[in-house]
Design a protein around this ligand. Structure first.
Ligand code: HEM
Length: 215
């Protein structure tokens, strides 16, 4: 394995630029709670891979979305498994982001110079919730429809901007095929790309500032 990696590295050159970061000494007060962010990142990667596989069979149209989900679950080889991985990773991601946030609060790691990383972190949380909300509509069953109907109606009650926001979210006045396409686009493209950029900034700052030293 080592020889194969060395062969790739001699052509690709990944070892040297990263070894300084990977071999950096850490504070002795670091403990397992510092792994929560890393677990959240692994879950994000699982979501990207399983989601990319689901797009092969999922059809984002109001006539076919529900049937395509039934097909993925019952007929496509390992489709039920990939769907399960996607669902579990999504739920666990939210749990682990919240636990990671609690660790940051407990250790007061939001204080300068890490305040901007806290703000970027809050944005990842918002994007994660938005991804969950948009993904929930995609099975296009009764539960999905009514959850979106209620969720978007709530946005519609915001004073002054609510009416416009409702229209923007639904792509019209009702939850219909336009809403499905809109949510699909956000779920598989805009939100994951935004999340990837936010995580790049998040890790860049962790790398620059080092990890905070514990309680
Ligand atoms: C998908 C979402 C997120 C991922 C994958 C992620 C990942 C990470 C990782 C791997 C670290 C390094 C150390 C550790 O794990 O504790 C870290 C540090 C940090 N994260 Fe996150 N994070 C996410 C969301 C958040 C959120 C929601 C907040 C706060 C609202 C946040 C605030 C911070 C701060 C302030 C640090 C520096 C901590 C220190 O130096 O002790 N992160 N994050």
């Amino acid at each position: 394995m080592g020889r194969i990696f060395d062969w790739i590295d001699s052509r690709f050159g990944v070892k040297a630029p990263h070894s300084r970061f990977l071999q950096r000494p850490l504070s002795e007060r670091i403990n397992y709670l510092y792994c929560l962010g890393g677990v959240a990142f692994v879950l994000f990667l699982c979501l990207v891979v399983s989601g990319a596989l689901l797009t092969i069979y999922y059809v984002p149209s109001q006539d076919e979305a529900f049937q395509s989900i039934v097909r993925i679950t019952r007929e496509v080889r390992l489709g039920w498994f990939i769907r399960g991985v996607h669902k579990w990773s999504a739920n666990l991601l939210i749990i682990f982001i919240i636990l990671h946030t609690l660790r940051v609060i407990l250790y007061k790691a939001y204080q300068p110079p890490r305040e901007l990383n806290w703000v970027v972190g809050v944005c990842t949380l918002v994007v994660a919730f938005a991804s969950g909300f948009t993904g929930y509509l995609l099975p296009w069953d009764q539960k999905a429809y009514w959850a979106t109907e209620v969720g978007t109606s709530m946005a519609g009650t915001i004073p002054y901007i609510g009416k416009y926001l409702l229209y923007l979210l639904r792509g019209g006045t009702e939850v219909d095929g336009s809403t499905l396409i809109r949510f699909y686009s956000f779920h598989i493209l805009w939100l994951p790309v935004t999340m990837a950029l936010l995580l790049w900034a998040h890790f860049h700052m962790v790398k620059r500032q080092g990890i905070s030293g514990g309680l």
